[in-house]
Design a protein around this ligand. Structure first.
Ligand code: AMP
Ligand code: TRP
Length: 354
């Protein structure tokens, strides 16, 4: 794994230390909640996944069942699911090495989620801050039971695969803690069944901010489109967005998150996409204006995303082949997941069909 100054982790696990013989398991996923991923997903998640996939037995899912907790148009959800998978592959997740699949293709996920819901406290689930935020934001009418049990389904995703590490953004930390609690509780009641997973959380320096509002996280659901760099946007559109990014009146390219959030964010993106160190970029642009700096970044964005976009569009041109790849990977996922689910059903005393 390449070490970059902005991507240090709070819980770093050296490959091989967890399991000397076989590779340790890694699990992560993203919701198919937009037509395109944004640069925060790419830098904050996909680049990490790509770096880690060789050292771990990695499972990456497109969590379409989780996406149902928001209103969706059915045809669009299907399309977003394929698009998300295509972008994983285009960004370098190898479906022949990593198990890249669609959550709803493996029925064990909602099955285990039901079992786990019976050992989750109502108050415990109610303390999840993401649920509290979303239910407050969208109001009682849109707050479904599914939104409430969302973290339990996420726990099932992770525990089905006997996962050792879960690389996620900071906002998911509480959900991983719940997952650990549920695993420990189940193990204590019914005997060792689940591996207790560890989160691998990016430091907040790896958080990418909105180009127009550089104190807010770049997100698939931002208010203004001008602040979001989409992976599947035409590169010339992304270049324009970079040129229009908010900076400050000082005119010097230097990292200072507090006083220069706009420029600092651009520096983090620049460093991430080129694999360079921030001080080297500061030196390169010392005494030059923001215009030059933005041109350099726009070029880096086009160089990095141009090929990713082209590859994703190529994959989406042949949806039948993409579906075949996903089906094959779902078979591998189901094998692992069903083995865990069978043990769970036995342990809790369900009469098995013979
Ligand atoms: P989401 O788009 O919220 O479903 O997030 C999917 C993954 O991308 C998670 O692991 C997030 O932590 C990561 N992610 C999303 N937005 C950003 C961002 N602005 N900066 C860094 N990572 C992000
Ligand atoms: N809740 C996660 C997010 O919004 C997505 C997710 C679902 C996930 N299941 C997971 C992430 C399992 C890691 C592991 O980002």
């Amino acid at each position: 794994m390449t070490t970059r100054p902005w991507s240090s982790t709070t819980a770093s696990v050296e490959p091989g230390t967890l399991d000397q013989v076989t590779k340790a398991r890694l699990y992560s996923g993203m919701q198919p909640s937009a037509d395109s991923l944004q640069v925060g997903n790419y830098i904050g998640a996909l680049m990490q996944w790509r770096d880690l996939q060789d050292s771990y037995d990695a499972f990456f899912s497109v969590v379409d069942l989780h996406a149902l907790t928001q209103p969706n148009d059915p045809a669009e959800l299907r399309e977003k699911t394929r698009r998300t998978a295509a972008q994983y592959i285009a960004a370098g997740i190898e479906p022949s090495r990593s198990t890249l699949y669609v959550q709803s293709h493996v029925a064990a996920h909602p099955e285990l989620a039901w079992i786990l819901s019976t050992i989750t406290g109502f108050g415990e689930a109610g303390r999840m801050t993401q649920f509290k935020d979303k239910s407050q934001r969208y109001g009682a009418d849109v707050t479904s039971v599914g939104l409430f049990t969302y973290p339990i389904l996420m726990a099932a995703d992770i525990l089905l695969y006997q996962t050792n590490i879960v690389p996620v953004g900071d906002d998911q930390k509480q959900h991983i803690e719940l997952t650990r609690d549920l695993a420990e509780r189940f193990n204590a009641r019914y005997g060792e069944t689940f591996t207790v997973p560890m989160p691998v959380i990016q430091q907040d320096t790896a958080r990418i901010y909105d180009l127009q509002n550089p104190t807010a996280k770049m997100s698939k659901s931002a208010e203004s489109d001008a602040g979001t760099l989409w992976l599947l946007d035409d590169p010339s559109v992304s270049a324009k967005k970079v040129m229009r990014a908010v900076t400050d009146s000082e005119g010097s390219v230097r990292y200072d998150r507090e006083n220069k959030p706009g420029v600092s964010n651009l520096l983090v993106i620049y460093a991430a996409l080129t694999g360079r160190q921030i001080p080297a970029i500061e030196d390169e642009y010392a005494g030059r204006g923001y215009g030059d700096f933005k041109k350099g970044l726009a070029e880096a964005v086009v160089n990095e995303f141009g090929p990713v976009r082209a590859r994703a569009l190529e994959l989406l041109d042949d949806p039948a082949e993409l579906d075949r790849v996903l089906a094959k990977n779902a078979d591998r996922a189901a094998e692992v997941a069903n083995a865990t689910l069978n043990t769970v059903y036995d342990r809790i005393g369900l009469l098995r069909r013979r």
